[in-house]
Design a protein around this ligand. Structure first.
Ligand SMILES: Cc1cc2nc3c(=O)[nH]c(=O)nc-3n(C[C@H](O)[C@H](O)[C@H](O)COP(=O)(O)O)c2cc1C
Length: 414
């Protein structure tokens, strides 16, 4: 794996030579790019010695630029890792600024970006930093940590850079594509987000789904080299890179869009929270406030998941079950009744599941189950997609299964 390791001006930069060694132990080729502030904390001599490559820091270094331009460097990278990542560099990346070599590479690369933030806990918890973290995650940037504990400033809290070995392990566990991912050559159709069912031209019935889990699943499938079509209800999320997004509003539209592309799909993941019922006859004009009480007659929406599972020679079909109670019972019933290959169940409620960045899940299939403890939706999605691939090959056994050995055992409790 070719890694551009960005080092920024945090106190944890002193750990950078050790991080380089950990990455190289795992077989990575590491090109270091330092910011001017990082040079205050660690010398390029030490970093050059451990990485075996001349350290880059200056965007205007003509000689280095001639040898390998910043654009070539951006293309060379399989992953750009920034560790430690300062609050400042997070803000620069969010804003799209490129005043230095490192952030220019971040803008110019198509490789995944991973950040290991390290800073004082007040800086980390500052709403500006948290807003930047959320934007970065929404854009598919992998945020590694930070850890909680004693800090260089003598205080305690969240903001410690993860241990170097944990960062190195996490980078190799990101499911970063080398062009030979688990789902190479497979077509994966994913639904995400809520649907909206009109009551009248200005009102609708919907639900609290944010689409974050489905979008994270789409990114994770792309990282495994799948061809991904994401059929999305109305959400406030950017299209994940490399994913074909088809936007819909209603359950009926989602049904149509799914069946338009499902025929040659290998895997179908239904992460959308599709309305079960819709108003029978939406009013053509805005309903006026005349009566004390009113009744809206509802009719069942098409069951997209069951319809795909029932297809002759259809794809490996994965459902989601968002339940507020009796999780296993309801999820297993859905698995059997809808004839699914797998179901991913999670608890939802006022403070869990919907519109949050974290989630936990239990996955059930006919002969097994696996638990995934609470994690960022992006990390959880990587693990879930690995499991989907594992079960897909176990069931369909196509003989074209690539690299299943890379499946990580992190967080596994079979
Ligand atoms: C002694 C010292 C330690 C610092 N440690 C951190 C840190 O751990 N994390 C952080 O985000 N900023 C830290 N800063 C502030 C950054 O160095 C500063 O925001 C700088 O502009 C970051 O630039 P860069 O992101 O280009 O490297 C520290 C500053 C000083 C003087």
């Amino acid at each position: 794996m070719n890694i551009v390791l960005g080092i920024t001006g945090g106190i944890a930069a002193y750990k950078a030579p050790d991080l380089v060694r950990r990455l190289k132990e795992r077989g990575a080729d590491v090109q270091i790019v330092m910011t001017a502030s990082a040079e205050e904390f660690v010398t390029d001599t030490a970093l050059q010695a451990v990485s075996g490559r001349a350290v880059r820091s200056n965007l205007w270094d003509k000689e280095a630029e001639r040898a390998m331009s910043h654009i070539e460097l951006a293309r060379w990278a399989d992953v750009v890792l920034i560790a430690p990542a300062t609050a400042e560099v997070m803000a620069r990346i969010v804003s799209g600024g490129a005043p230095d070599l490192l952030t220019t590479i971040c803008l110019a690369t198509e490789a995944p970006l991973a950040l290991a933030p390290a800073m004082n806990h007040v800086m980390w918890n500052n709403p500006a930093t948290q807003a930047n973290r959320a934007v970065l995650e929404q854009r598919g940037v992998h945020i590694l940590g930070p850890g909680v504990g004693s800090q260089a400033c003598g205080e305690e809290g969240a903001g410690r850079m993860l241990e170097t070995d944990a960062i190195a392990a996490a980078v190799f566990d990101l499911g970063i594509s080398h062009g030979e991912g688990l789902l190479k050559g497979k077509k994966v159709v994913i639904t995400a987000g809520p649907t909206r069912e009109s009551i009248d031209p200005v009102r609708y019935i919907s639900n609290r789904s944010s689409g974050k889990m489905g979008y994270a699943m789409a990114r994770a499938a792309v990282a495994q080299d799948a061809e991904v079509i994401l059929i999305s209800g109305p959400v406030d999320l950017p299209a994940p890179p490399g994913v074909e997004v088809r936007e819909v509003t209603t359950a009926e539209q989602m049904y149509g869009a799914t069946h338009a592309v499902i025929e040659d799909a290998d895997i179908f993941i239904a992460a959308a929270a599709v309305a079960d019922y819709r108003p029978v006859a939406p009013a053509e004009q805005k309903i006026k406030k005349k009566r004390e009480a009113m009744t809206i007659e509802l009719v069942r929406c098409p069951d997209i998941l069951a319809s795909v599972a029932a297809l002759d020679g259809g794809p490996f079909t994965v459902g989601f079950a968002a339940e507020t109670e009796r999780l296993e019972e309801y999820a297993r019933a859905k698995l059997v009744n809808k004839k699914l290959d797998m179901i991913i169940a999670n608890r939802v409620g006022a403070d869990r599941g919907f519109d949050r960045d974290d989630n936990a899940a239990t996955v059930f299939w006919a002969a097994g189950e696996r638990q995934f403890p609470e994690a960022r939706k992006s990390e959880l999605a990587n693990e879930l997609v690995e499991l989907v691939a594992e079960r897909y090959y176990a069931l369909r056994g196509t003989g074209t299964q690539p690299r299943l050995s890379i499946i990580s055992n992190k967080n596994r409790r079979t």
